[in-house]
Write a protein that binds this ligand. Structure first.
Ligand SMILES: Nc1nc2c(ncn2[C@@H]2O[C@H](COP(=O)(O)OP(=O)(O)OP(=O)(O)O)[C@@H](O)[C@H]2O)c(=O)[nH]1
Ligand SMILES: [Zn+2]
Length: 206
């Protein structure tokens, strides 16, 4: 059975195989020493092990085959837009391993011979790709491309709006800025009217 994500944890595959826990523990201990902390003091003694378990959850998506997410699909009796808006997304940027978080909006128009899938599968797909070291652009297009390949829809549109902690907590230190990325495929590329209708629904202006 392929590994699946259940509440952020790997199921159907051994959790200890998700990441190399002892190696992360060792590395975190080294980081604590390098920043001038005492890794053996009371509050920190269990921290390397905690961080290792946290990384097992945060990167569990690396061990999941995204193609296994869409387990149910049905014959399409609907040939217009299906959109799930405001899917919570939290990922880690691959440059600083700091979180970025916000919303994903995932829509598609089923194809002539295409299939539709359960609505929750769209959110599960976002989750699998988010639980990897990411850049927002790649996360956005991975969701779009997987849906395109699996459901053969007439079009796919994915929009992410996220705030990046690496821009808020450090570096330029601009909290509150939002990065918006989109990936449009099929009819949404060729037909400006379909695209702008979907965009207005996504941005809440329709
Ligand atoms: N395109 C893109 N950039 C990202 C994402 N997450 C973080 N970044 C950016 O990645 C860049 C890495 O830039 P570098 O110059 O290599 O690293 P840095 O010196 O830490 O950069 P500063 O953040 O500007 O201090 C930064 O500009 C981040 O804002 C993302 O999802 N997509
Ligand atoms: Zn970053």
């Amino acid at each position: 059975m392929a590994a699946r994500l259940v509440n952020g944890r790997l199921a159907g595959g051994p959790i200890e195989a998700a990441v190399d826990l002892p190696r992360i523990e060792k590395a975190v201990r080294e980081i604590l020493i390098a920043v001038g902390e005492d890794p053996d003091r009371d509050g920190l003694a269990l921290t390397p092990a905690r961080v290792a378990r946290a990384y097992a959850e945060l990167f569990a998506g690396l061990r999941v085959d995204p193609a296994s997410v869409i387990t149910t699909s049905f014959e399409a009796e609907h040939d217009e837009l299906i959109l799930v808006r405001d899917i919570e997304v939290i990922s880690l940027c691959e440059h600083h391993l700091l979180p970025f978080r916000g919303s994903a909006h995932v829509g598609y128009i089923p194809g002539g011979h295409g299939r539709i899938t359960g609505l929750s599968k769209l959110a599960r797909l976002v989750e699998v790709f988010a639980r990897r070291p990411q850049v927002q652009e790649r996360l956005t297009s991975q969701v779009a491309d997987l849906l395109l390949a699996q459901l053969e829809p007439r079009g796919v549109i994915v929009v992410l709006e996220c705030e990046h902690m690496c821009m808020a907590m450090r570096g330029i230190q601009k909290a509150g800025s939002k990065t918006i990325t989109s990936a449009v495929r099929g009819i949404f590329n060729s037909d400006a009217k379909s695209r702008s209708e979907a965009m207005s629904l996504i941005l809440g202006s329709a």
